[in-house]
Design a protein around this ligand. Structure first.
Ligand SMILES: Nc1nc2c(ncn2[C@@H]2O[C@H](COP(=O)(O)OP(=O)(O)OP(=O)(O)O)[C@@H](O)[C@H]2O)c(=O)[nH]1
Length: 318
């Protein structure tokens, strides 16, 4: 399951249509979510009949997130019953005001859904005419930017080439994301939903510009960690940083396994790293608002607590 997000009018439907017009994506079912009472986007998205599921009457991340599991299961059931073509993937196009975080959690939280679906990439369309102002004014746009695995820069055809400081701003706001342009996707539609390169090698971003005081701090993990240590570190980050913790992503090695760590706010998951990450250096990148690297570095020892150690409580961190 892939999530296509981006602020109002940033170009999500345009990208989706471009992708669906390619033969290679005929096996894609689409869930479209709309803010208005009467949906329109499902009429604008060009799929095979019956292949679009519309979630109306509220924003996916809040009002209708509860109905998303049922919508997804319904698609899976209808596919199994032969009512729908045998699609191989589901793309969710969110509203322009959705926070992708709760949507990312839907599959992880449901054992039934996670039996059928796994979360693929989060793709965010970033409008390069007004996107920076949107990110500065609207927390939703900032969340969409920060949580992306891939950023697609749209509307570059309507403006001068990107200035170097704009590239620095983008890289500083989300150093974890692949960055492509809408014309890259036009030339190669498979690029839109291709698996992300995974967590990037460790970099510190002292030179990057930041949006809303957002900073991305990366920490190489020289020593193996423990699974209990990852849980303890996640709890410690949550207790210490609260709402200032936006995202954590990286690769961690236990004795014998390379793990992909994904955190969205306080919610963490740990899975086996994809084969494409073999050979990459273990590290964690933590994206925070208004916090310094030292505050996170002070919590890194939690990664190495012995197996079986309980995560710290808030009081333990006093
Ligand atoms: N020139 C140009 N126009 C674009 C580009 N991407 C989108 N547009 C135009 O911008 C407008 C909004 O695009 P949509 O694809 O509907 O945007 P959206 O993100 O789906 O919009 P909402 O669903 O309302 O949030 C349309 O008129 C598109 O034709 C682009 O890269 N270049």
């Amino acid at each position: 399951m892939e999530i296509l997000t981006g602020f109002l009018g940033s170009g999500k439907t345009t990208l989706l249509n471009r992708m669906l017009s390619e033969g290679a994506f005929r096996d894609t079912a689409v869930v479209v979510n709309e803010l208005g009472e009467i949906g329109l986007d499902h009429l604008l998205v060009e799929t095979a009949p019956g292949q679009v599921a519309l979630l109306e009457g509220g924003c996916l991340c809040c009002a209708v997130v509860d109905s998303l599991p049922e919508t997804l299961l319904d698609l899976v059931r209808r596919r199994a019953g032969g009512e729908l073509p045998r699609f191989g993937r589901i793309v969710i196009e969110t509203t322009g005001l959705a926070d992708p975080g709760p949507i990312m959690e839907v599959v992880r939280r449901s054992p039934l859904l996670s039996h059928f679906l796994s979360l693929g990439v989060v793709v965010t369309a970033l409008d390069m005419l007004g996107g920076r102002t949107q990110v500065e004014r609207h927390p939703e746009a900032l969340r969409q930017l920060v949580l992306a695995d891939r950023l697609v820069l749209t509307k570059l055809d309507l403006r001068d080439p990107l200035a170097p400081e704009e590239c620095v701003w983008i890289a500083g706001a989300n150093p974890l994301a692949d960055v492509v342009t809408a014309s890259d996707v036009l030339a190669d539609p498979a690029l839109l939903l291709a698996p992300s390169r995974g967590a990037r090698p460790a970099v510190t971003d002292d030179h990057a510009a930041h949006s809303h005081g957002v900073r991305a701090w990366s920490f190489p993990l020289g020593e193996p960690v423990t699974r209990s240590g990852l849980a303890a570190f996640a709890a410690a980050l949550d207790h210490r940083l609260g709402a200032d913790l936006l995202r954590c992503k990286g690769l961690a090695r236990t004795r014998g396994r390379l793990l992909l760590v994904q955190g969205v706010g306080a919610r963490f998951s740990v899975t086996d790293a994809p084969p494409s990450a073999d050979g990459a250096a273990p590290h964690l990148t933590v994206i925070v608002q208004r916090r310094e690297a030292g505050e996170i570095a002070a919590l890194l020892p939690w990664l190495h607590v012995p197996e079986g150690t309980m995560p710290p409580s808030k009081e333990d961190l006093q």
